[in-house]
Ligand binder design. Structure first.
Ligand SMILES: [Zn+2]
Length: 233
């Protein structure tokens, strides 16, 4: 197996050494403040079996662990059936993104990868704000389940959440998922307006709006496989 990229992070409140596998970033080792870093290889050695097992499980789920900073030539938003071609123009200027019909142009200093990634992710978040709230509103009308407001976030692990005050958070990365999975997430969060738990009564309500919910919930768990690597990094 190829070696995973390794990051060591110091955390002031960490008591023990924690080894994690992070999508798009590889191995992350969290150590207490002042920890002797020469110990890290030994720790990884002892955890080797766990690391390999977990890595295989994650990769089987389509989760990319390697850093993939290859710039996309196309961006496919499955949820809204929109594809954008991306062109790059190298020039001596601050990195910016412009939209022209079905094309995106990123121009500026391409060596500044962080800046390129930032404009790409900001574009995705902007598109999510443009398209996801109205679709959620549609599902709300169809199901008769109401909510207070919605916000778009770019969380690492959750597709959405619903607060006790009825505010629904949606992950911008939902745009990359097939529409039926996004619809399932909407139904899932809206049903929390009646039950703030995952009780049998809650799932009965979900089933009344989406009989095929079991399959869809399962696919949603592996939804990261639809998200391009540059977005996970
Ligand atoms: Zn839930």
């Amino acid at each position: 197996m190829t070696e995973l990229p390794l990051t060591i992070k110091e955390h002031p409140r960490a008591k023990n050494v924690l080894v994690k596998l992070v999508p798009g970033r590889g191995l992350e080792v969290v150590v207490p403040r002042g920890y002797d870093r020469t110990q890290v290889p030994g720790v990884l050695q002892r955890k080797q079996g766990w690391i390999e097992r977990t890595r295989r499980l994650m990769e089987a789920d389509g989760i990319q662990l390697m850093r993939n900073e290859e710039l996309p030539e196309r961006i496919l938003f499955r949820c809204i059936d929109v594809e954008r071609r991306v062109d790059y123009l190298r020039k001596n200027a601050k990195v910016r993104i412009t939209e022209n019909g079905t094309r995106l142009l990123i121009s500026g200093d391409m060596k500044d990868r962080d800046a390129v990634m930032t404009v790409l992710k900001r574009y995705v978040a902007g598109q999510a704000r443009l398209h996801l709230p109205s679709r959620l509103a549609e599902t709300s009308r169809r199901t008769g389940l109401e909510y207070a407001d919605t916000r778009i976030r770019t969380q690492k692990t959750r597709w959405g959440s619903c607060s006790s005050r009825g505010s629904i958070s949606l992950n911008a990365k939902l745009l990359f998922l097939p529409a039926e999975l996004v619809e399932q997430l909407f139904v899932h969060e809206l049903c929390h307006r009646k039950h703030m738990n995952h009780s049998p009564a809650y799932w009965r309500l979900v089933a009344s709006h989406q009989p095929d919910y079991r399959r869809l919930e399962e696919e949603l768990k592996n939804g990261n496989r639809f998200v391009p690597g540059w977005m996970l990094a």
